[in-house]
Design a protein around this ligand. Structure first.
Ligand code: FES
Length: 111
């Protein structure tokens, strides 16, 4: 189990002890974390599950695929060094809490 704190935009943090190896997007959905659009349902084609991860070294997370890398370059919220797509991450084993901040902007209108 790993302790994860989700920080939704403008909302109260939600902290939970979750199984290591669980999909981070699915965990967020199960706990009712707001702010994630997840338009594609986790298929890594929409980029609307953009989160910022802290409390763990980046190399302890799942490796970033080329598809995730490209989607983050086009995310609605500006990409940061701690940006990831929640659907592409499993919960890692970690001694301390992992903080998952939901990007405030998930959707960019194409109009
Ligand atoms: Fe679409 Fe993550 S849910 S990229």
């Amino acid at each position: 189990m790993t302790v994860v704190t989700f920080v939704p935009p403008g909302g109260a943090p939600i902290t939970a002890s979750v199984p290591t190896g669980a999909n981070l997007l699915r965990v967020a959905m199960a706990y009712g974390v707001s702010g994630l659009v997840a338009e594609c349902g986790g298929d890594a084609v929409c980029g609307t599950c953009h989160v910022f991860i802290s409390g763990i070294e980046p190399q302890q997370l799942d490796a970033m695929s080329e598809a995730e890398d490209e989607l983050l370059d086009n995310a609605a919220a500006p990409r940061r060094s701690d940006s990831r797509l929640a659907c592409q991450l499993t919960v890692p084993a970690a001694p301390g809490p992992i903080v998952v901040t939901i990007a405030a902007e998930q959707w960019r209108s194409l109009r």
